[in-house]
Design a protein around this ligand. Structure first.
Ligand code: OW7
Length: 397
């Protein structure tokens, strides 16, 4: 059978406009209805938004590569703002080797022990917040939890950890075009980048965390000291803001859909599946890019080589061809196959760690919190890549 080349429709939709970023879902529907691939006139990039084709892109890493960057910028045409990640922005065979070094630190026994610590810390934090009663759930809960438990797990120095939020902001806003969000995030670079690299060095990591284990690969001759530092940086780039926004989105969804909160309270063991539904329904990491290495065919649409392709995970997660009632938040739905952690060889390497964190937090909340409500207007975050909140004033009872 021959596939007949289809025209790729051009669209004026701007996925970095404020209107889109505040409320992307109607735009996702429009993009999906344009077909497997469309072309973003404003940004000279292709875009893929249907579940099936998002999967096809992620399952062909040799055609849709990561080595030219996973933001809108093509590293072959302009230099990246930081030394490229040895996992995120790298292709096989290097990617395979480097990812294995990270994976090795995240064994099931390690995760089981971490989960016990996460539960203990979740209890302490929720007790404190129940006493405080009214607070901003973004800073005091969603950011506070991973800044404590994730950074402790990696073995990061306790001082100035707020820098990790600013750093994540650079990494993820830095995947967008050089708009105001990009520039505001990068304005912290001079202060934050040196702190991050300092925190990732062997002598500054705790002896018992996951970070220092990356340096075993230096001792066995796989990495230079600098490569190990860059790989530890990946933990810090990927592991804080993503989880923080997932927690913010969880709080917002549970207050907005009290029937789902009642369901979770009735059965706190639903915390695990609730987290998966949050990732499907309000994916914190909405979008990234790939770059074509050769001519690429998606559903008969032919993309030329060396072109950027925007991949909208969050749109695949609400594609009605894949999901029944995709716009309904239902914590007991079957979420298998959701794209919240990506898919394929670059699928989130820390997903079991993220799951352990948020599952324990939601479980503790379901047991201890009788009810919660907004005490002010939630404020959505304007962000090139992540979906979350800037402010979430709430009361816990
Ligand atoms: C890295 C959540 C995707 C990421 C994100 C940002 C940075 C990195 C990884 O994973 O530096 O490796």
């Amino acid at each position: 059978m021959t596939t007949i080349a289809q025209d790729i429709p051009a669209t004026p939709i701007d996925p970095f406009s404020n209107e889109y970023l505040l409320s992307p879902y109607a735009f996702h529907t429009e993009l999906r209805e344009l077909g497997p691939v469309s072309y973003l006139t404003k940004w000279d990039s292709y875009v893929v938004s249907q579940y099936q084709y998002v999967k096809e892109v992620l399952d062909q890493p040799s055609v849709f590569c990561s080595g030219a960057g996973v933001g809108i910028s093509n590293f072959k045409k302009e230099p990246p703002w930081r030394v490229p990640s040895l996992v995120l922005e790298t292709d096989p065979p290097d990617h395979t080797r480097n990812r294995a070094v990270i994976s090795k630190t995240l064994s099931p026994i390690v995760l089981r022990n971490l989960k016990i610590q996460f539960e203990a810390e979740a209890n302490l934090l929720i007790d404190r917040l129940l006493e405080k009663r009214t607070f901003d759930a973004v800073t005091d809960l969603a950011e506070a939890f991973p800044l404590k438990v994730f950074a402790d797990a990696i073995g990061i120095i306790p001082e100035n950890r707020e820098n990790l939020i600013l750093y994540g902001n650079m990494v993820f806003n830095g995947m967008g075009p050089k708009n105001e969000l990009f520039l505001e995030a990068m304005s912290h670079a001079a202060a934050v980048n040196p702190w991050v690299m300092h925190a990732c060095q062997r002598e500054n990591l705790s002896k018992t965390g996951l970070g220092i284990q990356i340096y075993d690969a230096v001792d066995s001759g796989i990495f230079t000291e600098m490569e190990a530092t860059t790989l530890v940086r990946s933990f810090l780039s990927a592991g804080i803001d993503t989880t923080a926004h997932a927690i913010s989105n969880a709080i917002h969804s549970f207050i907005s859909f009290p029937d789902q909160w009642a369901k979770l309270k009735a059965n706190p063991l639903l915390a695990k599946s609730a987290f998966e539904e949050i990732l499907r329904f309000e994916s914190p990491f909405q979008t990234f890019f790939r770059t074509t290495t050769s001519e690429a065919n998606l559903g008969g649409c032919v993309i030329p080589p060396n072109e950027k392709v925007m991949v909208i995970l969050a749109s695949g997660n609400r594609d009605p061809l894949k999901w029944d009632h995709p716009d309904v938040f239902d914590i007991s739905r079957v979420t298998v196959g959701h794209l919240g952690f990506g898919a394929g060889i670059h699928g989130c390497v820390g997903q079991m760690l993220a799951r352990a964190e948020v599952e324990m937090l939601l479980q503790v909340m379901a047991k201890k919190v009788a009810s919660f409500r907004f005490t002010g207007e939630p404020k959505r975050l304007l962000h090139n890549t992540l979906r979350g909140f800037e402010k979430l004033p709430i009361e816990l009872i």
